[in-house]
Design a protein around this ligand. Structure first.
Ligand code: NAD
Length: 407
């Protein structure tokens, strides 16, 4: 098992904390308690997350100050540590509903106590000049509201994927960013990851000849849990299930490797009965995308299948396989063409986190466009809506070039 898979699983255990020994068919203690609310609330310090031993060095004058909204597994496990290797951006504030956790994190990261905000006094951040931007790392169903609140406070927004749970929310976020004249970037880290960047380059150079198929698999097995304790299986906070959370990497890869938008989508979902994990969400989603060039992408994602993180691309003249393809670290890439087979090593995958942050800061300082804007997030959410529509109606859905459904 790769380290990246372990860390993903760790992140899941955080939200399913204490459940390892629970019988599969019986909800664990607490699972029947209060449902997770559809608003931001404080949560315990994530299991397995660690804090830096030393606070990071003081930022330079030009560095962009960011407040982190949501101190969960991805924030504490991956993104916050990456600020220490990013040159032009630093953590200047924290927003959390758990003040004890926030104070502990603030001490470790050298964030002043008066730069800790709660969800209830967030609006006060507007007058805090130390904070120019926010990074929203909350459950996906809360992204839209918090992006709007951040724009209302005059801050730039970096928002985790999926951008939101439906296209109307995405459109609201884009409109709010335009009104505030602030940047909106989606945390699509693979656009900053050396293996995926190399794959994009190889496809642009037509190394495989005419593209025929792209197959992606993003699967793992979610531990026993319920919608009352884990937002990932709670429809209001997560949407339809693994597609928004993990399958989105396959969807993204199909688009950035083909360089095309699909013109038709067909899909199926599956959900096992009597499984508390899947009382509100789908367990598996498989979809097929046809591109105008005639190439086809087959995407599968699951919360109930052994771990796989793979992208394979087949052209008329060769094959490119990435396995793992979109991990936090340790991606592997093999290129097979008429000239032979080659393992490519374009760089250290872990730079993706700090490069994503640096790009966001640079766009703010230089007034340039971001590579992964809200419009890209909206496009992907539209395609996921088409996937769900196709599965629900049992038919192929045809698409306009912007991803909206025809008819
Ligand atoms: P998590 O459960 O570990 O953390 C979520 C945090 O949100 C909690 O710790 C809590 O502080 C806060 N929160 C506020 N209101 C909440 C509520 N009502 N219910 C639950 N938590 C609430 O989740 P995570 O894995 O850190 O995911 C957060 C976001 O980051 C999601 O949008 C997810 O898709 C995204 N993510 C992205 C990547 C990536 O590789 N880009 C990886 C993991 C997660």
């Amino acid at each position: 098992m790769t380290a990246s898979r372990i860390s993903r699983r760790t992140a899941l255990q955080i939200t399913a904390s204490g459940l390892a020994a629970a019988p599969w068919w019986r909800p664990a203690l607490g699972a029947q308690g209060e449902p997770l609310p559809e608003r931001a609330i404080g949560r315990p310090f994530p299991q397995g997350a660690s804090l830096p031993e030393e606070p990071p060095a003081k930022p330079g004058g030009e560095s962009v100050g960011v407040a982190i909204i949501g101190l969960g597994g991805y924030a504490l496990g991956q993104m916050m540590p990456a600020f220490s290797t990013a040159k032009n951006i630093h953590i200047a504030g924290l927003v959390s509903g758990n003040q004890e956790k926030a104070q502990r994190v603030a001490r470790a990261y050298g964030v002043p106590e008066d730069a800790i905000y709660g969800y209830d006094n967030f609006a006060d951040i507007a007058s805090d000049d130390r904070i120019e931007a926010v990074y929203i790392i909350l459950p996906s169903g809360l992204h839209a509201d918090w992006a709007e609140k951040a724009f209302a406070a005059g801050k730039h927004v970096l928002c985790e994927k999926p951008m939101a749970l439906n296209s109307a929310e995405c459109e609201r976020m884009i409109a709010a960013g335009r009104r505030a004249d602030r940047k909106l970037m989606i945390g699509y880290r693979c656009h900053f990851e050396p293996y995926n960047l190399r794959a994009m380059g190889l496809m642009r150079e037509d190394v495989l000849g005419r593209l025929r198929t792209i197959r992606t698999a993003h699967t793992y097995r979610l531990g026993p849990t319920t919608p009352a304790e884990n937002w990932r299986v709670n429809r209001a906070l997560a949407g339809g299930g693994p597609l928004e959370d993990y399958g989105i990497y396959g969807l993204q890869a199909a688009l950035y490797l083909s360089g095309e938008m699909p013109e038709a989508i067909s899909a199926i979902n599956d959900t096992p009965p009597n499984d508390p994990r899947f009382s509100q969400i789908f367990a598996h989603t498989a979809s097929q995308l046809r591109f105008p060039s005639g190439a086809v992408a087959q995407l599968s994602t699951s919360y109930d299948a052994a771990s796989e993180n793979r992208v394979s691309v087949r052209g008329e003249l060769g094959t490119l396989v990435m396995d793992p393809a979109t991990s936090y670290r340790g991606n592997v890439m093999t290129l097979d063409t008429e000239e032979g087979s080659e393992t490519l090593e374009p760089g250290d995958s872990t730079v993706q986190f700090s490069r994503q942050l640096e790009h966001f800061a640079q766009a703010i300082r230089q007034g340039t466009d971001v590579k992964t804007p809200g419009e890209m997030g909206l496009r992907d959410v539209r395609l996921m809506e088409a996937i769900y529509r196709s599965a629900a109606e049992g038919r192929t859905v045809r698409l306009a070039p912007d991803g909206t459904m025809r008819g």
